[in-house]
Design a protein around this ligand. Structure first.
Ligand code: GN1
Ligand code: MG
Length: 345
């Protein structure tokens, strides 16, 4: 898309030199904006998903200033002409942050060492927010990681079949409904402030030292359960195949990657966790993967209004892939539990 005419002037960014697409997110649209004053990240916020930009940016301001207070590098957002951290331009909501130079992200082809560092980075992020009152943040997306309510929605989409797509997704949908006990298997857990979208692509690493330098994508930082921050990284990066792999024979849990991330994440948080949190980690991986399969399939049955897709069957392929990963995780449930217990002592 073209850069809105008023973006640079609204955020006092100088004269625009270039504007190009950046990153792999499937919710917001992200661009690298070069001006005569420097390089910036401009994002068009998907308010249909993320709700009020004011509440969202309130959360982000609270969290980034808390992290800065502990000398943890965080994103820095620019103020608009009205002093807000976002601006309404031509009916769309935009925000701008500094572009962090000399950084790189690791996608799925991540080494064991880098994945362990990613675990430490997300572990340190969650640890640093433990003394912040969850009540200080708005719930930007109610029921975001709530497998039972996601399943309820899938069941209703299944019954309505309003887009006539159920015949193509019947096996996957039936299997997800059959696995219902996964939506209720976790014990009551304490609410913490969590990231909630811990893909490894949401960590910037220094290009030279290869150390993690900043956790990004703070849109879903809100009250949540720590086991889901552990789980989402595993779901995304410890899959031997990509999130939308069509050849399901390639989809499998990589236990070495699981162990590397567990060493980083659980090793960092070990001293802070309650017993029920410790015992929820391995099972949380199953639950979150189950929830993601539900979310992709439900979106498919509803005509794909939520996730950006590249072709009409994309969400069905993503759901099938998550379901295949879940089946393999079920086979390795005891292995995952043993690794977590060993690390958590
Ligand atoms: C979305 O767009 P991105 O990559 O930040 C989604 C996550 C899903 C992910 C699946 C707000 O994240 O929960 O795990 O897609 N974020 C939101 O790829 O729904
Ligand atoms: Mg995200």
């Amino acid at each position: 898309m073209a850069c809105p005419d008023s973006l640079a002037s609204e955020f006092s960014l100088g004269r625009i030199i270039s504007f190009k697409s950046l990153g792999t997110g499937v919710i917001n649209s992200t661009y690298l904006l070069c001006t005569d004053k420097g390089e910036f990240v401009a994002q068009r916020i998907n308010t249909a998903v993320l709700g009020s930009a004011r509440n969202l940016m309130h959360n982000i301001a609270v969290v980034t200033s808390h992290l800065e207070g502990k000398s943890i590098e965080s994103l820095h957002f620019h103020k608009s002409a009205t002093g807000e951290l976002f601006a309404d331009l031509d009916g769309e909501c935009w925000r701008v942050s500094d572009f962090l130079h000399d950084t790189e992200v690791f996608d799925r082809d991540i080494s064991l060492a880098a994945f362990a560092k990613a675990g430490r980075a997300f572990g340190n992020f969650d640890k640093a927010l433990m003394d912040l009152d969850p009540g200080a943040l708005f719930i930007t997306i109610p029921g975001f990681h709530d497998p039972a309510s996601r399943l309820k929605h899938l069941r209703s989409s299944f019954e309505k079949d309003s887009h006539g797509l159920l015949s193509k997704a019947y096996c996957q949908a039936s299997r997800l409904l059959e696995l219902e006990s996964l939506a209720h298997c976790l014990p009551p857990l304490p609410l913490r402030i969590t990231h909630n979208d811990t893909k490894t692509t949401n960590i910037l690493f220094c290009r030279y030292s290869h150390e993690s330098c900043c956790v990004i994508d703070l849109d879903t930082v809100m009250p949540g359960f720590l086991c889901f921050d552990f789980a989402d990284s595993i779901r995304y990066s410890a899959n031997k195949a990509s999130e939308d792999e069509k050849d399901l024979g390639k989809v499998a849990l990589d236990l070495d990657l699981f162990e590397a991330f567990a060493a980083g994440f659980l090793g960092t948080l070990r001293g802070e966790l309650r017993e029920e949190e410790k015992s929820s980690m391995a099972d949380g991986v199953l639950v979150l993967t189950y929830e993601q399969a539900i979310r992709f399939l439900d979106d498919y049955l509803c005509g794909s209004p939520y996730y950006r897709i590249e072709h009409p069957e994309h969400n069905l392929e993503r759901a099938s892939c998550q379901l295949a990963l879940l089946e393999d995780m079920l086979v390795h449930q005891a292995d995952m539990r043993a690794i977590c217990s060993r690390i958590l002592g």
